[in-house]
Design a protein around this ligand. Structure first.
Ligand SMILES: Cc1cc2nc3c(=O)[nH]c(=O)nc-3n(C[C@H](O)[C@H](O)[C@H](O)COP(=O)(O)O)c2cc1C
Length: 91
């Protein structure tokens, strides 16, 4: 998933369908209208509670309203920042 993640995070969904482009499968969530990603072992549904203009960025404060988790033997990718990742195994 690492390469797909980097590509998805580097281009905008305004112009292309990222699900189609990167062979990902949209799945209905339970609490919000945005799709979940079937290939991801963890999907977190959030509702936007506050929007703060912070100079050259906009900060969205979200409330977690549901969590979807699949057991996997593969490592979970954790973003360390600076396009670096670590893989963590969870039970
Ligand atoms: C590894 C990675 C981590 C990112 N983390 C963040 C983040 O924490 N906050 C953020 O606003 N954007 C982050 N981005 C940038 C967004 O993913 C990017 O702006 C977004 O995918 C643009 O797509 P959209 O226009 O369809 O929303 C990250 C990008 C990459 C590649």
């Amino acid at each position: 998933m690492k390469n797909k993640l980097l590509k998805c995070g580097s281009i905008s969904g305004r112009d292309i369908d990222k699900f189609k482009e990167f062979s990902l499968t949209p799945v209905d969530g339970s609490k919000i209208g945005s799709p979940l990603i079937k290939e991801c072992p963890i999907n977190i549904e959030c509702k936007v509670r506050k929007v703060i203009e912070a100079g050259d960025h906009t900060l969205f404060i979200g409330e977690v309203v549901d969590l979807h988790y699949k057991k996997t033997k593969q490592s979970i990718l954790i973003d360390k920042g600076g396009r670096k990742f670590i893989g963590v195994k969870i039970d």
